[in-house]
Ligand binder design. Structure first.
Ligand SMILES: O=P(O)(O)OC[C@H]1O[C@H](O)[C@H](O)[C@@H](O)[C@@H]1O
Length: 528
């Protein structure tokens, strides 16, 4: 297509909303009128499905749950007065707690004010808060945030070492289920450090968790500073605008009312039953067209703005955990999903964009363009040209270069990165996931695959306990085969080897003869 035809296609498909200053351009995605016609009945169904979801239908049938993240920013939509009041009260309690922390009414036992937050959580209980902190936290926030989002001991040590003063650090433990091992481990590790330093952990901690969870019980029993609710009708990956994201954001001085308002505004726009007037529907159509509704192409997310670096990581969970499903709603094996990756432009142009332009054509790109370069005055780095002009040049240049090689792209343009716009972006992608899931007939709100991994990990720990118990009750060294057989897990010999190797590397009391890299030579025993 020549430039003038592309310009026409750009104008024909451009979505613009003046209120948000938001643009969506899907003109560089390959689709035609036939596809639009083919998808029309699917979109009609999707719009009805989401209307029912917002009305309180059991939209997550496997878990028999309502899906209510859209109510969080518009409590009037909640299906009952009780739920509506619950959302309002919860948001008020977040603001109230924040005000008390900022004013010093809630203060560290040592006096003064809290200066830092150590946020412990994983998956949906980390990715939203991390993205929003990076995108929106002021340079000098009232509280500086740190994250533990793994059960990596060295990672935990590094985060703790990076905090100036634990005595003025609030610890936020976030887990919807309240039983996620990584989060529990992080909490126990941090609690030990507080105790070792003679600090009262409970007087520094608050929890964000589901009703009657193990974490809630601990926080109640130990008298933590606060407990904020995570409702079962909000999924982890759509919880950024629940207390999961709001508490941390508010404590950092981010305007959570504006975030909620931005999301509410985008929700209203994406509720429209008309493809061309609904940016989430357009985006879902573009995803469908790019990957033929089967996720054949990966989604590369490239915001040309450092503060949006973590958006792709956040979207990775939102999109891949929602859409990556083995079965459709009728039980057919469909193996759906769309792979998501990306960091930021122009940085990634110096990493993998070479392959995108010339290598395997298995992706479509989403450029995110921010119109405002910086809040300070512009600086010319050469006559008439700023660094921001370069950034824009790189974005437009890459878009054209990809199009020249028949590589599809979407461009989202936002006026600036502020609370309202970030709220709107979150809402846009949440709604697009809902629509796309309906187009391909899957349940976007459960995650059965994750459970399988959790069970397998638990069984490795059981095997480790059996291995150690067997070694402790045996005086002579055992080969791996003898050890596995004696522990009654002969067919798990490979796992036994890996456990022995890990115990040995960490000087955990195991004695290993032979070569650790040659499993057949190993004899293991327990040091008394
Ligand atoms: O908040 P939690 O219950 O601790 O869950 C944290 C994460 O756990 C699992 O991996 C789920 O698949 C995620 O969706 C969830 O966000």
């Amino acid at each position: 297509m020549d430039n003038l035809k592309l310009w026409q296609r750009y104008q024909d498909w451009l979505y613009y909303n003046e209120d948000l200053g938001f643009y969506l351009d899907i003109s560089r995605i390959t689709f035609d009128d036939a596809l639009i016609a083919e998808l029309k009945p699917k979109f009609d169904k999707a719009f009805k499905d989401i209307e029912a979801l917002e009305g309180g239908a059991i939209a997550n049938p496997d878990e028999n749950r309502m899906v209510g993240h859209y109510w969080l920013r518009d409590p009037d939509l909640a299906p009952t007065d009780e739920l509506k009041q619950d959302i309002i009260d919860t948001n008020n309690s977040v603001l109230d707690f924040t005000q008390k922390v900022h004013s010093g009414a809630v203060k560290p036992p040592s006096g003064g004010k809290f200066t830092d937050i150590l946020s412990i959580g994983i998956g949906g209980s980390a990715l939203g808060p991390q993205f929003v902190a990076q995108a929106l936290a002021p340079n000098e926030p009232p509280l500086r945030i740190h994250f533990i989002d793994n059960t990596d001991p060295a990672g935990i040590d590094k985060v703790i070492a990076g905090i100036d003063d634990l005595s003025t650090t609030l610890v936020s433990v976030i887990s919807k289920s309240g039983g996620t091992p990584e989060t529990r481990n992080g909490m126990l590790e941090v609690k030990k450090v507080y105790t070792d330093r003679n600090l009262d952990f409970a007087a520094h901690a608050f929890a964000i968790t589901g009703k009657s969870s193990k974490l809630e019980a601990i926080a109640e029993r130990e008298g933590w500073l606060a407990i904020f609710p995570m409702r079962d009708w909000v999924g982890g990956r759509t919880s950024e605008l629940s207390p999961v994201g709001l508490v941390a954001a508010a404590l950092q001085g981010i305007d959570i009312r504006a975030m909620l308002e931005g999301a509410k505004t985008m929700d209203a726009l994406t509720r429209k039953h008309s493809l061309q007037d609904n940016p989430a529907a357009l985006l879902a159509m573009a995803w469908y067209a790019a990957g033929h509704g089967r996720g054949e192409k990966d989604m590369v997310i490239l915001p040309y703005k450092d503060s949006l670096l973590l958006f792709s990581r956040y979207l990775q969970q939102l999109i891949m955990e929602s859409l990556g499903k083995e079965k459709d709603l009728d039980g057919n094996v469909v193996s759906q999903g769309i792979a998501v990756y990306g960091n930021k432009g122009s940085t990634d142009q110096h990493a993998y964009v070479q392959q995108l332009r010339e290598g395997v054509n298995n992706f479509f790109l989403t450029f995110i363009e921010v119109l405002e370069d910086r809040t300070a005055d512009f600086v010319e780095i050469e006559p008439g040209i700023t660094s921001g002009d370069y950034l824009k040049g790189f974005l437009l240049g890459t878009r054209t270069a990809l199009n020249d090689k028949q590589r599809d792209s979407i461009t989202i343009t936002i006026p600036k990165v502020n609370e309202r716009v970030v709220g709107a972006l979150i809402a846009l992608y949440e709604r697009t996931v809902s629509i796309y899931a309906s187009l391909v007939n899957i349940n976007a709100y459960h995650q059965p695959g994750v459970e399988a991994g959790k069970k397998a990990a638990a069984s490795v720990l059981d095997i480790q306990k059996q291995v150690v118990a067997t070694l402790k009750e045996t005086s002579s060294p055992l080969s791996l085969e003898e050890l596995a057989n004696k522990a009654g897990i002969g067919d798990e010999i490979e796992t036994v080897y890996k456990i022995v190797r890990h115990l040995d590397a960490n000087k955990r009391g195991i004695a290993v003869q032979g070569h650790i890299g040659e499993p057949s030579t190993i004899k293991a025993s327990w040091k008394s």
